[in-house]
Design a protein around this ligand. Sequence first.
Ligand code: CTP
Ligand code: CA
Length: 225
Amino acid sequence: LERLWGAGPLHGINTVVTAGPTYEALDPARGFTNRSSGKMGYALAAALANQGAAVTLISGPTALPAPAGVRRIAVTSARQMRDAVWACRGAMDLFVAAAAVADYRPQTVLADKLKKDADTLTVTLVRNPDILAEVAALTPRPFTVGFAAETGDVETKARAKRARKGIDLIVANPIDEAGVGFAGDDNRVILIDKDHAGAWAAAPKTEIARALVREIIKRLPRTAS
Ligand code: CTP
Ligand code: CA
C-alpha cells in the first residue's frame, strides 16, 4: 500500500489545526472559557495526519492525548493561540480552525485572588484577535477551513460567516440540539463552500473528521485530481 499510494494524498501539506477551548484568566484562580471538549479538532488532526499531512495541533486546555504523528503545541489563552498559529504562517498550506476561541478576555488580570466584597461585580472584557480572519487575510493564504457552532437558523448564519471571513469551507453545527455537538462523541454538520451547502447525517466525530478530510483533499489546489 505504501508503495501504491506514496505517503498519502496530503504528503507535503503543512497543516495547522486549532482545537479545544481557550481560557482567559481573571485572577489566579478564575477565568472565562468556552465549552469545547476538543474532540472534533483532535479527530481532524488525526485524520489529516493519516492522509500524510504534516500536522501541528495548537490546542487549548483539553483532557485528550495528542494523536499519533501530530506535533501538539499546548496554549491557554486566545492570544497565545494566535501567536502559535502566527509562528507557523510562513509554511502553512492548510489551516483548520476548530478551536472554540473566547471572543473576549478580561481587560486586566488581577494579581491577587478577587474577594467577594461587593454584591455585584462588573468585569470589563476586551475583544480577542480573530485568528481565523487573520489567517484568511494572509497573501498567499492557505486553504482555510472554519467551524461555526450556531443556534437557530444554523445554515443561514454559517453561510454569512463564511463569506464575511473570506474562507474556503465552513463546517456548521447546531448546538441547540440534544446528543450532538459539545462534549459528545457525535456531531451533525452542514458543510458550506462558496456555492453549495450540504447537510450530513449525525455521525461519530471521528467519522465526520475522515469525511471532512476527503472534502478538503478534493478542493485543495495541490491535491485536486
Ligand atoms: N475563531 C478564531 N478566532 C477567534 C474566534 C473564532 O479563529 N477569536 C474561529 C473559530 O475557530 C471558528 C470560526 O472562527 O473556526 C468561527 O467561530 P465563531 O465563534 O463561530 O465565529 P465568530 O467570528 O467569533 O463570531 P460570533 O462568535 O460572533 O458568532
Ligand atoms: Ca465567537
